[in-house]
Design a protein around this ligand. Structure first.
Ligand code: AFP
Length: 337
């Protein structure tokens, strides 16, 4: 039988390379992957067990929640709160941070997650995902405050996502490159299938919601106009476009074959008092960590996302990430403007 490396084996071997590692982080990551397996089951069986459609409630972002938004959030909380590896949790679906209940031991890590990214795709059977970011809690801290969570992306210990698509895959980084694992349902394990993922520096593929075109700022308009002009324009080559409406799927495609993803600032958001569409702590920071570890770049157009000092748990930021040379080009257009 062909030898495969399971995600559990992979992280235990990584742990052995770190002198003094206690195994706490390894166990936490194992708990995260167990919750993602449970979410994969719920997502897969959704229409068979009445889990599709709206829950008719709103989250803190004012967005209507799907039934699966609530159920996947519960799965994450229930799978992680009792394990003793966490000091606290925060979720895109919950207004306040969630302390670990008194009944359970406290650990040294904090986790932030978007339990079901791209949930508008659920009812049409298109890819969705779970995104997570792990931070260290301050030394000896049992009851973390909001300030303890508001660490810049550069402080992340680990970031990852699970994509529930034709196959279920988990991709993560703990600061030593990016690796992808595919769920083998026959053995119930994530198996290493995509070692050392790297993003090509150049690309001919962009992802942006074109319906917002008339609201974009000048640098983004310029960049996309030049892509659309194709081989007759200043770029001298034709570009392709994709838009899945689930950041997990966009980032996954970029890790597989390069590309640039943008959810930039626009006039419509500004008029509504918003500072961007995507959430810094649950989407932008973890995805930026992964993309940078794979050799790509990530920016708001004006600053590196991972260096932003967070102001709130649900803060939104513009996001431009992917193939390095393209991201740098968009950043230079912002600087010129
Ligand atoms: P949901 O998780 O609320 O469905 O939002 C998905 C998302 O935050 C991100 O994953 C997509 O890239 C983006 O929104 C899609 O936004 P549009 O609906 O404006 O295309």
């Amino acid at each position: 039988m062909e030898h495969t490396t399971s995600l559990t084996q992979f992280i235990i071997e990584e742990q052995r390379r770190i002198p003094g590692a206690t195994g706490d982080f390894t166990s936490l990551l194992n708990d995260v992957l167990t919750s993602c397996k449970k979410i994969a089951c719920a997502v897969n069986r959704g229409p068979l067990i009445g889990l599709q459609g709206s829950a008719d409630t709103e989250n803190v972002q004012g967005e209507t929640q799907k039934k699966l938004d609530i159920i996947t959030n519960d799965i994450m909380v229930q799978s992680l709160e009792w394990t003793g590896h966490l000091a606290g949790m925060a979720s895109e679906e919950m207004e306040e941070l969630l302390p670990i209940p008194e009944a359970y031991p406290k650990g040294k890590y904090l986790i932030l997650f978007d339990p079901l990214d791209g949930s508008s795709n659920i009812d049409i059977n298109v890819s969705v995902g779970t995104i997570f970011s792990i931070l260290r809690a301050p030394e000896g801290c049992e009851n973390p405050t909001l300030e303890d969570f508001l660490q810049p992306g550069t402080e992340q210990v680990c970031a990852g996502y699970t994509i529930y698509g034709p196959t279920t895959m988990m991709v993560f980084t703990s600061g030593h490159g990016v690796n992808g694992f595919t769920l083998d349902r026959n053995i119930g394990e994530f198996v290493l299938t995509h070692p050392n993922l790297t993003i090509p520096e150049d690309t001919e593929e962009f992802a942006i919601n074109m319906s917002n075109q008339r609201f974009w700022e000048a640098p983004v308009k310029r960049y996309i106009d030049e892509c659309l002009a194709g081989s007759e324009g200043p770029r001298g080559k034709d570009f392709n476009m994709r838009w899945v409406a689930a950041m997990v799927a966009e980032v996954h495609r970029i890790l597989m074959r390069g590309g640039i993803f943008m959810y930039p600032m626009d006039e419509k958001m500004r008029a509504r008092g918003l500072t961007g569409k995507l959430r810094l702590m649950y989407e932008a920071n973890p995805m930026s960590f992964i993309v940078e570890q794979a050799g790509g770049a990530s920016s708001t157009g004006r600053e590196r996302i991972m260096e932003i000092a967070p102001q709130g748990l649900h803060q939104r930021v513009p996001v431009i990430l992917g193939s390095k040379n393209e991201v740098e080009r968009v950043v230079s257009y912002h600087a010129e403007a």
